[in-house]
Design a protein around this ligand. Structure first.
Ligand SMILES: NC(=O)c1ccc[n+]([C@@H]2O[C@H](COP(=O)([O-])OP(=O)(O)OC[C@H]3O[C@@H](n4cnc5c(N)ncnc54)[C@H](OP(=O)(O)O)[C@@H]3O)[C@@H](O)[C@H]2O)c1
Length: 343
């Protein structure tokens, strides 16, 4: 038997529970992945609360979660090119938050060695949406792009991608997040009443493009919802592994604290991704809610419950990390991605 997050009615985080289900059996072309980390996204809250009941109704008991990273444990028939023990990351539809999941090999890529599990396990949905939004406005030198919620999961990646394309990037955030944005080369501007005046002052020549991914309308139009673009995922994973963009992890919660993890997400002020650690034993020296830890302390130890991955990862890069420097758009290979012309 394995454990998985399920909910059987619409509601707040309190409807989330961890239930025992039979171990998944890999179908043809599928592998079973032992999930090490699974990220949270606001769309899961919207679905669980029934706000997307028309677009994406839940079928109870419903699974949850899309992003994951883990280790291949079983191969289905017809699977070639993968073996038991491979470290992978990927995206699935409403079910990543479980100890074992069966996924088609078309939905996974190899996890780069230097990519921390927590970052790998929370990357796809936010990064794919950020990437596509940035491509749509094709930022470039001389252009000014405004990114809303630039200290958050999607906005933080979008702001950095727009910077890599050479644009001037302004980002809305609360003053508590201003330093984080400055460290990324983003001009911070406080959201809320008076925003228009502040923007006029900071960008007297105007804003060329605005990325606002907030609200249910944008969630309902999520373009990465049911498919996995593994080419895009591999490209972004490489950029993050190479430290061209930084994906901070705001918090890691043990699997059985899934309700608390969503409470933090829903409070709306996370600075980076919130992640469930399904192999949480190793997090005795990791930055986990409830423990007093410094961000500089690295991931060490690994789970005892199930044989875990080697503990060679360093802590996910964080805003302000001494090794982080804003990319130089003139020399950075990441600027090669193609976009549609702006207007
Ligand atoms: N995750 C996705 O893939 C995805 C896709 C499409 C749409 N969305 C939507 O995009 C929004 C952000 O998603 P996310 O995953 O980036 O969430 P998130 O990481 O939880 O966003 C948290 C950030 O939002 C900022 N914020 C809070 N209130 C704000 C406001 N009124 N104006 C501007 N920024 C504000 C906070 O900044 P401070 O702490 O400085 O206040 C915080 O850093 C959500 O509304 C979500 O529904 C997300």
């Amino acid at each position: 038997m394995t454990h998985a997050v399920r909910f059987s009615q619409y509601g707040g985080p309190e409807v989330l529970g961890i239930v025992e289900i039979p171990d998944p059996v890999p179908g043809p072309g599928e592998v079973v992945v032992d999930v090490v980390a699974a990220g949270l996204n606001p769309v899961e809250t919207a679905i669980r609360e029934g706000r997307l009941d028309v677009e994406w109704p839940a079928r109870f008991p419903a699974g949850q979660g899309s992003d994951f990273a883990g280790i291949v444990r079983r191969l289905g028939t017809g699977v070639t090119g993968w073996k038991v023990g491979d470290e992978v990351m990927g995206h699935t539809v409403r079910g990543a938050q479980a100890e074992l999941i069966a996924v088609p090999v078309t939905d996974i890529i190899r996890k780069p060695d230097s990519l921390a599990w927590e970052v790998a396990g929370s990357l796809y949905v936010a990064a794919a949406n950020a990437w596509r939004a940035v491509q749509d406005v094709n930022p470039r030198p001389g252009r000014t792009v405004l990114v809303h919620a630039a200290a958050g999961g999607v906005g933080g990646i979008a702001a950095q991608l727009a910077r890599l394309r050479g644009a001037t990037v302004m980002g809305t955030a609360s003053p508590e997040s201003f330093d984080r944005l400055r460290q990324l080369g983003v001009v911070p501007v406080e959201y809320g009443p008076g925003l228009a005046e502040r923007l006029t002052r900071l960008a007297p020549n105007g804003i060329d493009a605005e990325l606002d991914h907030r609200g249910d309308a944008s969630l309902a139009n999520l373009r990465s919802a049911d498919t996995t673009d593994t080419v895009l995922l591999a490209k972004i994973a490489r950029m993050v592994a190479d430290r061209q963009i930084v994906v901070p992890v705001a918090a890691i919660y043990p699997f059985d604290q899934v309700q608390d993890a969503y409470r933090e997400l829903e409070a709306g002020h996370a600075h980076g991704k919130i992640v469930l650690g399904l192999h949480p034993v190793g997090y005795t020296r990791q930055k986990v809610r409830g423990l007093t830890m410094r961000e500089s302390e690295a991931t060490v130890d690994k789970p005892g419950r199930v044989a875990g991955p080697p503990a060679r990862e360093v802590l996910p890069p964080v805003f302000g990390h001494p090794r982080h420097r804003p990319a130089d758009p003139a020399t950075d290979p990441a600027t090669e991605f193609t976009g549609v012309p702006l207007r």
